[in-house]
Design a protein around this ligand. Structure first.
Ligand code: ZN
Length: 408
């Protein structure tokens, strides 16, 4: 499927710093250590509703990861999926009387526009699940050949008893797993399963639901296996970062990691499992099911997309935070300050600022501290301190390359 457009990223002078990132599975911040090509997979949207600020927060966080790696001289191989066939999408299509394909296409197009406006770098492969059903079915057959699956009324399940590493990504105990599994699309109570946490790999055709022919019979893939198959096909096992929102830690990334392990023998399937925090509105996590959403498409009709990006940058990516309108007002003031400061003929020297911003971002993407450092430089520049005529352009380049914020 078509990805979206990339911008040119200015090359910055001086030395970059290796990126340290929080790894959920290690429960600590560790240094990333990619090869010449850094490989990242970030779980995409289920396109039944427009991009909300919580989505933007996630894709923005991993955009920073890519920017830091590029600054350090790596190529970035980034893959993302779109879950363009799944229960919530089919339900929404049914409720609104729109064909599910049409709904998916429309919302994916809106998502592309939102990502472009926020200057989030596009994935190299943007893959709709409906494009790769055959590949996903092949991977399920591979797992079946290894004896880790079983069939139940035509559906295929992963047998959790055959997943020796299960639990290592999330670190959750069984009680917590069971609660989250039920809450996030799992079916712990289905009769005939060997264990409540066994998860669905293939759903046999049901009347009125879309289905594809495959060696497993007619049906469609389960959610977790689609990402495992797309990551494996495009990036290979042992890739650098698997990313998503913190609501994907369990069961989605936990199950995906065990699928990848069973298929390839490689552990960990991704070197880092990294997760962005949740954005709340009116005291509750923003979610489609609760309907408390701030849509990026609506926000960008009223505000400069760069101010929206500054709202995201003002929060640490792992933090859970609540959106209030004061945040966009504050971001607009900051954007105006930065634009005035980089519009002057000369400012204070900015080499030290560049080193500080790199250092702050390399420390588990500490963007709030990076913003504070840029604010201090900008205030001096608008006060007329400094005679460095190259400094304003350098600051424009650094906000562009490292933060994705263009000031021109
Ligand atoms: Zn995923």
């Amino acid at each position: 499927m078509r990805s979206w457009s990339a911008q040119n990223v200015p090359k910055l002078p001086g030395e970059s710093i290796p990126l340290r990132l929080y790894d959920t599975s290690a429960r600590q911040v560790r240094q990333t250590d990619p090869g010449p090509t850094a490989r990242m997979y970030v779980c995409g949207i289920t396109p039944y509703d427009a991009t909300h600020l919580g989505h933007a927060n996630t894709y923005h966080a991993f955009d920073l990861v890519g920017r830091l790696w590029r600054d350090a001289g790596h190529e970035v191989h980034y893959t993302q999926n779109a879950t363009d066939v799944d229960d919530p999408l089919l339900e929404r299509a049914e409720q609104t009387g729109v064909a599910w394909q049409e709904l998916a296409e429309r919302e994916i197009e809106l998502f592309r526009g939102d990502m472009e406006a926020l200057r989030i770098m596009p994935p190299r492969e943007y893959v709709g699940v409906t494009e790769v059903v055959g590949r996903v079915a092949d991977l399920i057959s591979r797992l079946s050949a290894k004896g880790v699956t079983y069939e139940l009324d035509g559906d295929v399940y992963f047998n959790v008893a055959d997943a020796p590493k299960f639990g290592q990504v999330s670190g959750y105990d069984e009680q917590e797993m069971l609660a989250l599994f039920a809450e996030r699309g799992g079916d712990p109570d289905r009769q005939g399963k060997r264990h409540p946490l066994d998860w669905l790999l293939w759903r046999a055709e049901r009347p009125g639901e879309p289905a594809w022919d495959s060696p497993l019979g007619r049906g469609r893939p389960g959610w977790h296996i689609e990402c495992t198959a797309i990551a494996l096909d495009n990036l290979g096992a042992g890739y650098d970062v698997a990313g998503g929102g913190s609501d994907l830690i369990f069961p989605h990334h936990e199950c995906g990691a065990s699928e990848g392990h069973a298929a390839t023998g490689e552990w960990p399937f991704a070197k880092f499992y990294t997760h962005a925090g949740m954005v709340a509105l009116d005291g509750e996590k923003m979610s489609k099911s609760k309907g408390n959403l701030v849509f990026v498409s609506k926000m960008r009709r009223e505000h400069d997309p760069m101010a929206i990006r500054l709202v995201l940058l003002a929060h640490h990516y792992r933090a859970d935070w609540e959106y209030v309108p004061e945040l966009i007002a504050e971001a607009e003031r900051r954007l105006a300050l930065w634009r005035s400061a980089t519009g002057v003929a000369a400012g204070p020297p900015a080499e030290e600022l560049l080193a500080t911003v790199r250092e702050r971002l390399a420390d588990d993407l500490d963007s709030p501290s990076a913003l504070t450092a840029i604010d201090a430089w900008a205030e001096q520049a608008v006060a007329g301190d400094g005679r460095d005529t190259a400094a304003p352009a350098l600051v424009r380049d650094l906000t562009d390359a490292l933060l994705g914020v263009t000031l021109t």
